[in-house]
Design a binder for this molecule. Structure first.
Ligand code: GSH
Length: 213
């Protein structure tokens, strides 16, 4: 059984957990914090980032790399469209979520609202949170709204693009924010639907318990 190393509130750890659940692969989770000095962890995650994956006597890090590994090892159901253009689109949305979206949701909102008070014993920087929520998120949501023409961001079934985008948005919701259903109706419906999948819902319920309800 593979082991995922990383804390459950990380959007990147969640990406991997959701992919494993969608593929029906049982796994263990070891709650390693980012930059932990644990030697075994550092061997497979030299940059100290989570997640890492250990499978038998092998291991490596990076959620995108792990996703591709899992796809080779457990091809069904596929999380990468077979059509070349849709495949590129799925990878693009993964890249976009892991760079543009995380830059706003991660350090500017989730870190300030959840991590700073709980783990660093300081108040959130309310002004910077407000700016991120009011000014930086809406253009990102507008982009997603414009890209949603069907049930999924790429192809006609769940892909790594949906997993990456919707995983990042779990952190936004944990921080107490949502998606304006008047301004972004397609996006709000889409995210609610993806978050209802057992692969996401089981993670979200567990994380809510971690956060104390
Ligand atoms: N590209 C990496 C990013 C992982 C990442 O940045 N994880 C964060 C936790 S959410 C981390 O470990 N940060 C510690 C650091 O950047 O030093 C992936 O997809 O796994």
């Amino acid at each position: 059984m593979p082991t995922v190393l990383g804390v459950n509130l990380s959007p990147f750890v969640r990406k991997v957990r959701v992919a494993l659940a969608e593929k029906g692969v049982p796994y263990d989770l070891v709650p390693i914090f980012p930059q932990a000095t644990d030697e075994e962890f550092r061997k497979i995650s030299p940059l100290g980032k989570v997640p890492a994956l250990r499978d038998g006597d092998q291991g490596f890090s990076d959620s995108s790399v792990i996703g591709l590994y899992l796809e080779k090892k457990h091809p069904s159901p596929s999380l990468y469209p077979s059509d070349p253009f849709e495949y590129a689109r799925a990878l693009w949305f993964e890249e976009w979520a892991d760079s543009a979206l995380v830059n706003v949701v991660g350090p500017k909102i989730f870190f300030e609202k959840i991590v700073a008070p709980r783990f660093f014993n300081r108040e959130p920087d309310a002004e910077s949170v407000e700016k991120a929520v009011q000014e930086e998120l809406p253009p990102l949501f507008a982009y997603l709204e414009s890209q949603l023409t069907g049930d999924y961001l790429a192809g006609n079934q769940l892909s790594v693009g949906d997993i990456a985008v919707c995983s990042m948005l779990v952190n936004l919701f944990h921080a107490g924010y949502g998606i304006d259903t008047q301004k972004f109706p397609k996006l709000a419906r889409y995210v609610a639907r993806i978050h209802e999948r057992p692969s996401f819902k089981n993670c979200i319920d567990e994380e809510k318990a971690t956060l104390g309800g």
